[in-house]
Write a protein that binds this ligand. Structure first.
Ligand code: 5GP
Ligand code: ZN
Length: 114
């Protein structure tokens, strides 16, 4: 999709610190990390948000979560625990409208979020 930041990252037009890549999913470090581990997991194809991606392509929804688990293991937080977040829409705090999961860990995270 034109004018989409994460499509530009998928295409390599904007650099990113990519730590995992499959045919359908990539994971890269958030540019403004909110925790010691903060990785974004996104589908290669453009979908507006994670629930929409899962409705359009249920296997893709599973692949995004599987990638989150792989990222957590690779980043060393699978045992200590981590949070997987899909901010969705305006009240959900979504700022980039290409589906993405946040994988956050490496410190104790408060709940509920602000
Ligand atoms: P959202 O607020 O939509 O749930 O999350 C978007 C995330 O994308 C934010 O955490 C923000 O820091 C991150 N982000 C925004 N622009 C860039 C960028 O150019 N590169 C990377 N790696 N992350 C970005
Ligand atoms: Zn996109």
């Amino acid at each position: 999709m034109s004018d989409c930041l994460f499509c530009a990252i998928v295409q390599g037009d904007i650099p990113a610190d990519i730590i995992l890549r499959t045919d359908r999913v990539i994971a890269f470090r958030d540019i403004e990390p909110k925790a010691p581990v903060h990785v974004l997991v996104i589908p290669v194809d453009h979908h507006p948000d994670v629930p929409s991606a899962a409705l359009a392509d249920p296997a893709l929804g599973a692949e995004l979560l599987q990638a989150a688990a792989h990222v957590a293991a690779a980043e060393g937080v699978a045992q200590s625990g981590y949070r997987v977040v899909a901010n969705t829409g305006s009240d959900g705090g979504q700022s980039v409208h290409h589906a993405h999961l946040h994988v956050l860990g490496g410190r104790g995270l408060t709940w509920p979020p602000g």
